[in-house]
Design a protein around this ligand. Structure first.
Ligand code: GUN
Length: 294
């Protein structure tokens, strides 16, 4: 039997829990959490993601601010905005939506974000704290995966977890988190990437397969064993005249083929995407309560 890991449902539960918490905070005269998002340029997918984050903030009773800079903004201009956000005591946490235009160095920007306000968990200090299992903001997508595994009570200890993709946003941090001595965690982890030889030999050994490479329907039924837990992080937008939005979303896994072999699987959409947003809200609430740094 295959169980669908319903990220939409779980994220709604988490958002309802957050709203309760925020209402209690407000009733006690506490601070309303405030998240800011910085969007540079007009990338279609980034626009969609940031709009979803802002909407989720409103639903959870947060204040949200959207800071827009043009595609042509210089690195200096973005750094000046970051300096402003770091100093603004009204803002608890903020994110700079990636990818950035090519002329801006992502690392320079991530390092400029105050670690205390880095609710994406991308600052090198927070990445280090994650690796050392110290209190920090976990990056939203990996954190969302961990929460989904936890809420569905999926036993991960001693399991072989195969991750495809080594991005700083998903593949690399989730491989660290799944190997940590924690729950969920305690996996034996194999991290596969574009230079991995004989990928299928690895994926066939996976008890848990986490796919984050951004190639639609890349994982096929012949690549997985029966009973595998499949976490599909990919969201590729492909133009379609059959939908109102003008595009259709595809995961990195061929769902129709792979689902019958899986014990658990995330759908696309409605799997990891909503969990990412719920995790960002949790991190912002933690920032507002000063739970990570005080
Ligand atoms: N682009 C894709 N995923 C993310 C994310 O989690 N945070 C930010 N800031 N940008 C992204």
């Amino acid at each position: 039997m295959t169980t669908i890991l319903d990220g939409k449902l779980i994220s709604e539960q988490i958002q309802a829990e957050i709203l309760l918490d925020v209402n209690t905070l407000k009733a006690q005269g506490g601070k309303t959490p405030h998240l800011a998002a910085v969007l540079v340029g007009n990338d279609g997918a980034s626009e969609t993601y940031v709009a979803a984050k802002v909407k989720a903030c409103e639903k959870a009773g947060f204040i949200s601010s959207l800071v827009r800079l043009p595609e042509t903004a210089t690195e200096q201009e973005l750094l000046a905005k970051i300096d402003e956000l770091n100093k603004d005591t009204a803002i608890d946490g903020y994110i700079v939506q990636l990818p950035l235009p090519k002329h801006i160095h992502e690392h320079k920007i991530m390092e400029a974000i105050s670690p205390q306000k880095d609710v994406d968990g991308f600052h090198p200090q927070n990445v280090g704290r994650m690796a050392l299992n110290l209190p920090t903001y976990l990056p939203a997508t990996p954190y969302g995966i961990m929460q989904l595994l936890e809420r569905y009570k999926i036993d991960t200890a001693g399991k072989h977890c195969v991750v495809i993709g080594r991005s700083h946003i998903v593949g690399s941090p989730i491989s660290i988190l799944m190997a940590r001595n924690a729950v969920p965690g305690n996996c034996t982890v194999t991290l596969c990437h574009s230079r991995t030889a004989n990928l299928k030999e690895h994926t066939l050994k996976a008890d848990i397969l986490i796919v984050a490479l951004g190639k639609s329907e890349f994982v096929t039924a012949d690549m997985v064993k029966d009973g595998v837990v499949v976490i599909d992080v990919g969201i590729t937008r492909i133009a379609s005249d059959k939908t109102k939005s003008g595009f259709k979303l595809f995961g990195d896994v061929n769902y129709e083929e792979v689902a019958p072999k899986a014990s658990f699987i995330t759908p696309v959409p409605g799997g990891i995407g909503p969990m990412t947003i719920a995790s960002l809200l949790i991190n912002t609430l933690k920032a507002s309560k000063k739970e990570v740094y005080n």
